[in-house]
Ligand binder design. Sequence first.
Ligand code: BES
Ligand code: ZN
Length: 924
Amino acid sequence: MEQFIGQPRLPKFASPKRYDIRLKPDLVTCKFSGSIAIDLDIISETKFIVLNAADLSIQYETVSFTRKASSSYSRPVPGRTAQVLGSAPSSSSTNLFFFPSVVLNFLWQWWQRLCTWLFSLPTLEGFGTNVFEPCKVHLVQEDEILILEFPETLPPGIGVLAIGFEGILNDKMKVFYRSTYEHNTEKKNMGVTQFEPVEARRCFPCWDEPACKATFKITLDVPSDLVALSNMPIVDEKVEGHIKTVVYQESPIMSTYLVAVVIGFFDYVEDHTSDGVKVRVYSQVGKQNQGKFALNVAVKTLELYREYFAVPYPLPKLDMIAIPDFAYGAMENYGLVTYRETALLYDEQHSAAANKQLVAIVIVVTHELAHQWFGNLVTMEWWTHLWLKEGFATWVSFLATDCLFPEWKAWTQFLQQSVEGLRLDELAESHPIEVEINHAGEIDEIFDAISYRKGASVIQMLQSYLGAECFQRSLASYIKRHAFSNAKTEDLWAALEEGSGEPVNEIMNSWTKQKGYPVVSVKIKDNKLEFEQSQFLLSDSHGDGQWIVPIIYCCGSYDEYRNVLLETKSTSIDLEERGAWIKVNVDQTGFYRVKYDEDLQAELRYAIDNKMLTATDRFGILDDSFALCMARQQSLTSLLTLMAAYREELDCTVLSNLITISYKIARIAADASPELMNCIKFFFIVLLQYSSEKLGWEAKEGESHLDAMLRGQVLSALAEFGDEPTLKEASRRFHAFLDDRSTPLLPPDIRKAAYVAVMHTVNASNRSGFESLLRVYRETDLSQEKTRILESLASCPDPNIILEVLNFTLSSEVRSQDAISALAVSWEGRETAWNWLRENWEHIAKTWGSGSLIRRFVSSIVSPLASFEKAREVEDFFATRSKPSIARTLKQSIERVNINAHWVQSIQNEGHIAETVELLYQKN
Ligand code: BES
Ligand code: ZN
């Protein structure tokens, strides 16, 4: 038995082929009981069956393995000495029910015992089945495995493993959990599953590894008035009293993490794809119309992916459902995709149309539907390859969005994704895209910006290197080759290599197997353009990574794209005609930064000023310059001088990043010197004058989606920087809104800006704005409105109010999924937030400790600190409190604090910043 303990993967001598699962949840007592019969292929002789299980009460007397009739006979052992070892309780079965095969097995065992005991007769042979009972049942908590030891060897062949069990419907938003909602003013529970990455084993014993694919036949016993959904359509339903038994069609082979059920009161809207797939969006009763937008997106997306992947959607139906309590944005369960409400429901009147549509709904729906092929049909072989599905779905969701809504400029907005990848990967505490996973507990932490954003960006880089058409063709052949099976990263590279003839594997290994990315320094010397790469890191540490970098650049115009593959440390190219500017990493499709020499930088500044560059390139130049400044490879003065060239910027993505960067600079300047802060804030207000005048407070007739999205951001920034006219106007509109919730003066797109402005004027002796906002929060049942308010509350500069806000997030009025929305506290509130985190850590760790949300508490509150002393304080505090699920995030956050501290020092040493800034806004 020892040989199975402490292993990263399950042994391979038994392989599941089919699961027959029956579950009976009780939504009132919050328990469930279940039974499972697994068709197993015993591949080689064994006395053991080892599978995953955790936190379940296994009814050990129900455990048996029955050889199928066709298997060769071996005498079953009468009686048993089954023993449950380890700490798992083995409660007796009170509420257990079995389906026929289990009942038969059970009776058969007793018949055999009776024969042996009463008559000392030989056990009956030749009935076609034979039953094996384990002599030991060992639940190893640490490894989340169940070891069944049999007194006799199980011969190769097919048999059925039957197990009865019970579990709890928890409130932790994972496994099989309860989510609460109101139905006819009554508080109700719904039952929801969330299995990814490794929680299925807590709902039923199983081979809980992505490569162990099997078919699933699911049966549910639920209250007869509820809707019960699972991956497949219903094939049979029988009502008996208050309970109905719902039987679902057997699924094609799939991984355990994609199994799902949802039970509750729901309404839906429905449509069909052109090839007959039935698509529904379910929501709480009365909210079904809010699902229409997502429904429309889903139908179009399924049709689009059918073309793109050249394989039809593999299931007969697709349900998408909004769950009030949901830990993630959404989950791609095969045929039953679950979402948090803000990611699926759209309300014409109350949703901030623009950004909610793009970021919260379209991107999420297109992402999850991409998984139906990339992830569900072709599944990663092991969690090391998680990035493959997440990075790919992230990338392709922009491709789909760009097809469905070309006016949204999805590829420009994609830069926001790349930048988040770059920002994480410039830390020494980053990790490679492909990570070795040796224990289930390590998986949660890799659902991060490296797997998603860097993953998506390197796919984007490769696609632009190979060409869209060749990329798609090779991808379709990859999907075909591995459909209903599993694949590794190398399998994708192999298909792309075959399709393109390029050394894809070699190029991509340099991006997925080592952490970090390069900064390419560019200069001109003797009519030669010189490129040199080195690892880009924000901290003082020096990386020695080297990459194969596909470089695309343009000289003076976009008429001709030039390419060079930088395979060594440096290279140079003869420049005959150089044009007025040179832009490297044109279109920003490469996952690297560029550092220009001073002359090249001045030319680019001129080109931006004179509107010669595309939005993507303007974005890249700004972001690279900001990163170089934070890494202290470029002065703040030079960054601010560059920023001044963006005063007439109107592109949504570029301006939005300019605003994000401004916030960060304002904070670091405040740490470096309070006087500098005022002058810098004023500079940013001047910088935003042009766009704020163009956009105004009122939506223009027929304006673009992007302008609508931008308006709120620009106004929020002006409020954040304390622009008096903005604060005043916001207050006027907010009061009109308080008098009349449907006033045209405060449409959803500018509501957050008004809330931020209101919170800016709130303090302990002038609390009315805060209280009004809490009133609005309490009165709305729209999740998006609640989130918007939570996101605004902590922008208040008064630490006393910040403390109240933080305490409010822990109250029962805030769903635990939403608490993290209120953690982006003002500069003035940082210390208070850090003290609050320490004081409440035990409660926080207990409430959020087992999921991914806990990481947000750490990163949101720790990362903004900016002194070496604070970094040490954080280290000391967590010295005894860190745990695997937050370890990496904690190290990254502490690294950020040190980076901030260094940056503050370098700004303090820079000198003349204020003078330069004054000159800059005088020029504006
Ligand atoms: N597979 C994930 C959901 C998930 C994340 C499960 C982490 C377990 C752990 C899903 O496809 C996903 O990526 N969801 C994203 C939203 C998406 C649009 C980026 C999420 O929940 O943040
Ligand atoms: Zn995903």
